[in-house]
Design a protein around this ligand. Structure first.
Ligand SMILES: C[S@@+](CC[C@H](N)C(=O)[O-])C[C@H]1O[C@@H](n2cnc3c(N)ncnc32)[C@H](O)[C@@H]1O
Length: 201
């Protein structure tokens, strides 16, 4: 049977000492998208190295944003992640799918071209289909909803699924973020609350 010493991080005596506030937890692709109750990757790395060897299989049945899978890739383990939440599955996939530098460069150029065209279009909010989401106007200012819908439309043009998925995750992280573009606050940690807008809404 495992003792606490067997599983404690760096031989720490108590759970209270598990403080990663001063450590970088956003290296590799860990910072791509916020997610509630993420593992500090250092703990996962430690556990993987302690309990498995290179080439072995690690299963995370509630994988969330894929911290375990990123660490498995970094430590040459095979990782399997399961999650009931489609966003978690998408984020995990994007964080562990390699994309060549030249594809990313091309993506950046294309996005800039599309966005500059859209920006100068006088009809920017004409013909944009907003998603059928209940209370959309509660959570997004009208111009923000239009801009997000435009971005989604631009993303849908990409043929490379890897780039499309990456862009969808980036789009999502504009909303699920501490400095979200939505009218919500506390969106990463808790059920979101509507913030007070300066125009009184
Ligand atoms: C705290 S999060 C995991 C975070 C993860 N360790 C990380 O670093 O990102 C817990 C996850 O469990 C998932 N989950 C909860 N119940 C589940 C179930 N019955 N089957 C699969 N996934 C489930 C949730 O969707 C959520 O993504």
């Amino acid at each position: 049977m495992l003792t606490f010493e067997d599983i404690s991080y760096k031989g720490l005596k108590s759970m209270a000492e598990l403080d990663f506030a001063l450590e970088d937890t956003l290296y590799l692709t860990h910072g791509i998208h916020p997610y509630p109750a993420k593992f500090p990757p250092q703990i996962v790395r430690w556990a993987i190295k302690k309990f498995t060897v290179e080439g072995e299989l690690v299963l995370d049945p509630m994988v969330g944003s894929g911290t375990t899978l990123v660490e498995c890739a970094a430590e040459k383990r095979k990782g399997i992640g399961i999650d009931i939440d489609p966003l978690a599955r998408l984020v995990s996939m994007v964080k562990t799918t390699p994309i060549e530098n030249h594809s990313l460069k091309l993506l950046e150029e294309n996005i800039n071209i599309y966005l500059s065209k859209l920006q100068f279009s006088a009809d920017i909010d004409k013909g944009i289909i907003l998603p059928n989401v209940s209370n959309l106007s509660l959570w997004f200012l009208p111009q923000v909803a239009v801009q997000l819908a435009l971005l989604k439309e631009v993303i849908s043009i990409f043929e490379d699924e890897r780039l499309k998925n990456l862009c969808m995750v980036v789009l999502s992280s504009l909303i699920i973020a501490k400095d979200s573009v939505s009218n919500a606050k506390d969106i990463v940690q808790t059920r979101p609350h509507k913030c007070q807008l300066s125009n009184g809404h």
